[in-house]
Design a protein around this ligand. Structure first.
Ligand SMILES: Nc1nc2c(c(=O)[nH]1)N[C@H]1C(S)=C(S)[C@@H](COP(=O)(O)OP(=O)(O)OC[C@H]3O[C@@H](n4cnc5c(=O)[nH]c(N)nc54)[C@H](O)[C@@H]3O)O[C@H]1N2
Ligand SMILES: Nc1nc2c(c(=O)[nH]1)N[C@H]1C(S)=C(S)[C@@H](COP(=O)(O)OP(=O)(O)OC[C@H]3O[C@@H](n4cnc5c(=O)[nH]c(N)nc54)[C@H](O)[C@@H]3O)O[C@H]1N2
Ligand code: SF4
Ligand SMILES: [Mo]
Length: 718
């Protein structure tokens, strides 16, 4: 008898509802769940990846250890003992900071990882914490921290109700939205256009989103800060500001016109490649639209002025009256308000409490920028990293100058990876601890419910039982934390341990507590409406909690519940913008005469789903896109191999000539490069591709936040 199971896909931020049919314990179909209140039936090709990962013969199910004779299976007890012994002895000899931690993207899509990750990190007590945040959205956090007082209080574009959407450095038609959980983005875009609205894309590539949008303009990579300053210049120049109901709670209003004064459309056009006329048109349209929202994502965060860009996006929304208003940028009111829970314990973010040892990059929210990880391992001296713990991350492929990190990992005294695959990063581990994953896990998205364009709550029970000896991420993290902490030796320690929820409760129990005491919880809403885990389990499609609602000033975490329109750190950083762009018009230098940018692909998920035949089959996708003019100049033909080099390295890659690229800019997807013979990724190795991060440069960063600047890496092509 076929059975039907409903759950939320945890692979990306879109949180699509899926309907999975099984027969005799085998998946026979995966479809979109039409009754899902958020995704209404939408899924992407990766949804079938749920089956592929579940059934993948290469997926690890038991701890393995690297020995002279290759990888051997060991018991959990043996693995734990060896991990704990090594971490303790290295910390004893070299100090706490000698152990580094890197947490990758799937942690954020994992209930247990989210709940237990911090507790685990505390048991290591290192300042060398790294994560994928600093190759991704760190500038968003910085802007929120500076302006709203909480690094996670993230404004979300209310795409369902807006009349005008300015999309910069994002390709939601492929990515399905990021810091904007918006499954079925294409449909939402069509609905926006059908109701007479307009979507404008600013991107150095005419992306899938740009093709469907109302208008697209090429921009020279890395110059968005200047473009945004010019938009604001016009808006002030033409008296188009209108703060509306926020006027009384926004500080520093007078300083913005001063800051943007010099950035005239005429002066900035040669820098950005967007004409003065277009800038004027876009600024007026945006400010005069009934409702409008500016949204900037990866392409804006991962550039040298990522922080400034995300700040200016917020400023643009605020000064045009498009903030905390339907159709503008709004905050969610989720069933479990992670932002509020962290706020209640004062965990609102931090900057620069300590610096990295080698390059003196600032701490942010307890982490250091990952672009400095390799040098922290390679540079000798006190505080050098001697051991690593990686958790659901593949930084050899996902962080700048992966070649260097690959070398650095190879010389560690000890490394343990909590991961489901033996891949480019985990091959350096001495021990790999593989968790149960995906369809074997219960799931509630703590993070992306908070970033969604509509409020819902959805719980997924597990579909399959993992192998009997399996452990979930949270169990591994908690077991290791307990072993590292040891038995409490003083009454105070004992009391502290007893108070620690994570020592006593399962993820489901914590989830239930958080739901019951949350905004819609059964503690406050008696009768049938109040949420708790039992109620949510009984609603397999999830529950609809309504559209985004205005919530200011209550939600702010700043001192007087005010929005700080121009935080000092951004005012200061504008000097760097002026220095770079006013002094030397930003043109590539003579040796590296092209700009390199990235390209996400619909049938890929960062680096780790290429072992699915279904997602990788067909013609080679790891290609370099290049404008016909640039190809002609270099006498390159369609499909030919070319060598691309940057300051840090070079790769050979097939050329795809397309006028969808801005002249002078080339694009390569990330997450490829599965060519090591000792990795257990049999399908991926048939189409290994090459890694763009063997070209990206660990020295190219947003100096303010420490975030990697992937956008616009200078390269040459031969
Ligand atoms: N050049 C360039 N580089 C980029 C980007 C770019 O656009 N351009 N994008 C950046 C962005 S946005 C991100 S988020 C990062 C991602 O960077 P990472 O997080 O470092 O890399 P992923 O490819 O997501 O690797 C995920 C790892 O988690 C493992 N995994 C999967 N599921 C589970 C699970 O349930 N439990 C555990 N323990 N492990 C699991 C996989 O096997 C894999 O090893 O890459 C960044 N790198
Ligand atoms: N299919 C698929 N979906 C995914 C992922 C995946 O790997 N595959 N990854 C997930 C993750 S971890 C994330 S963080 C999100 C990211 O979600 P998005 O941010 O929507 O994804 P990207 O495709 O990286 O979009 C970045 C865009 O910025 C453009 N760009 C590059 N440089 C510049 C610049 O200097 N200025 C401007 N204006 N644009 C620039 C690029 O051409 C690209 O179109 O996607 C998520 N969804
Ligand atoms: S868009 Fe994301 S959440 Fe939706 S099916 Fe695809 S991978 Fe899963
Ligand atoms: Mo990401």
């Amino acid at each position: 008898m076929p059975q039907t199971h409903y759950r939320t896909c945890h692979l990306c931020e879109a949180m699509c509802g899926v309907e999975i049919t099984t027969e005799a314990n085998t998946i026979v179909s995966i479809k979109g769940d039409k009754k899902d209140p958020l995704s209404a039936g939408h899924i992407c090709p990766k949804a079938y990846g749920l089956k592929d990962v579940h059934e993948d013969p290469d997926r690890l199910k038991q701890p393995i250890k690297r020995t002279a004779k290759g990888w051997v299976k060991i018991s959990w007890e043996e693995a734990y003992a060896e991990v704990v012994q090594n971490i303790k002895s290295i910390q004893h000899t070299h100090g706490k900071n000698a152990v580094g931690i890197y947490k990758g993207n799937p942690n954020v899509h994992n209930l247990g990882g989210q709940l237990y990750g911090a507790n685990f990190s505390r048991s290591i007590k290192t300042k060398n914490n790294f994560s994928a945040t600093s190759v991704d959205q760190l500038p968003h956090h910085l802007a929120s921290w500076g302006m709203f007082g909480h690094s996670l209080l993230t404004p979300i574009p209310d795409i369902n109700r807006t009349d005008y959407m300015l999309i910069m450095g994002a390709n939601p038609l492929v990515s399905n939205g990021s810091l904007m959980t918006a499954p079925g983005f294409g449909q939402r875009l069509r609905a926006l256009q059908t109701r007479g609205g307009k979507a404008v894309v600013i991107d150095p590539r005419k992306t899938e989103t740009a093709t469907k949008a109302s208008e697209h303009h090429f921009i020279r990579p890395g110059t968005d800060a200047v473009f945004l300053l010019a938009l604001l210049h016009v808006i002030y120049d033409e008296n188009l500001t209108n703060l509306g109901k926020l006027a009384d709670i926004v500080t520093h209003q007078a300083i913005i016109p001063e800051l943007v004064k010099a950035f005239t459309p005429e002066k900035t056009a040669p820098i950005t490649g967007i004409s003065a006329e277009t800038i004027r048109q876009l600024a007026c349209e945006f400010a005069q639209a009934k409702t409008a929202v500016a949204y900037g994502r990866m392409g804006l965060s991962t550039q040298a002025f990522g922080g400034v860009c995300q700040w200016l996006i917020n400023v643009l929304n605020i000064v045009t009256g498009n903030f905390d208003q339907p159709g503008g940028a709004m905050f969610t009111t989720p069933a479990i308000d992670v932002v509020g829970l962290l706020g209640a314990i004062g965990a609102t973010g931090s900057l620069g409490r300590w610096k990295s040892r080698v390059r003196a990059l600032p701490e942010f929210g307890g982490e250091l920028p990952v672009c400095t990880l390799a040098e922290e391992i390679l540079t000798e001296g006190e505080g050098q990293i001697k051991a690593m713990v990686t958790i659901a991350g593949n930084p050899v492929l996902s962080t700048p100058n992966g070649t260097q990190l690959n070398q650095a990992f190879a010389q560690l005294d000890f490394m343990v990876a909590i991961d489901i695959y033996l891949n480019e990063t985990t091959r350096h581990a001495h021990i790999i601890l593989p968790p149960a994953t995906g369809l074997e896990s219960e799931h509630y998205d703590l993070i992306f419910h908070s970033f969604a364009v509509h409020n819902t709550a959805k719980f997924s029970s597990r579909l399959f039982d993992p192998v009997p000896e399996a452990k979930h991420d949270w169990e591994i993290l908690q077991d290791l934390a307990n072993l590292l902490n040891g038995e409490p030796s003083t009454p105070q320690e004992k009391e502290k341990q007893q108070k620690n929820l994570f020592g006593r409760l399962s993820p489901e129990a914590i989830l239930d507590l958080a739901l019951r005491t949350g905004r819609y919880g059964s503690k406050y809403h008696k009768g049938s409406n109040g949420l708790n885990l039992q109620k949510l389990r009984a609603q397999p499609h999830g529950v609809d909690l309504g559209p985004l609602q205005p919530s200011l000033p209550k939600r702010l975490y700043t001192k007087n519940k005010q929005i700080i329109l121009a935080p000092e750190l951004f005012i200061q950083d504008l000097k760097r913008v002026e220095k770079v762009f006013w002094n030397e018009a930003k043109t590539p230098d003579q040796q590296f005469d092209l700009y390199l940018i990235g390209r996400r692909q619909l049938r890929g998920n960062n680096s780790w789903m290429h072992n699915s035949e279904r997602l990788t089959k067909g013609s080679n996708r790891c290609t370099m896109h290049m404008h016909p003019q640039d190809a002609q100049k270099r006498r390159l033909q369609q499909g030919q191999m070319a060598t691309v080099s940057s300051r840090v390295g070079n790769i050979d890659i097939q050329v795809e000539i397309t006028d969808q690229m801005m002249p002078g800019v080339v694009s390569i997807p990330h997450g490829w490069g599965h060519h090591y013979s000792d990795i257990r990724l049999q399908t991926a190795q048939q189409r290994p591709g090459v890694s763009i991060n063997d070209l990206t440069d660990e020295l190219l960063i947003d100096e303010l936040s420490g975030n990697a600047a992937f956008s616009g890496v200078p390269v040459k092509v031969e």
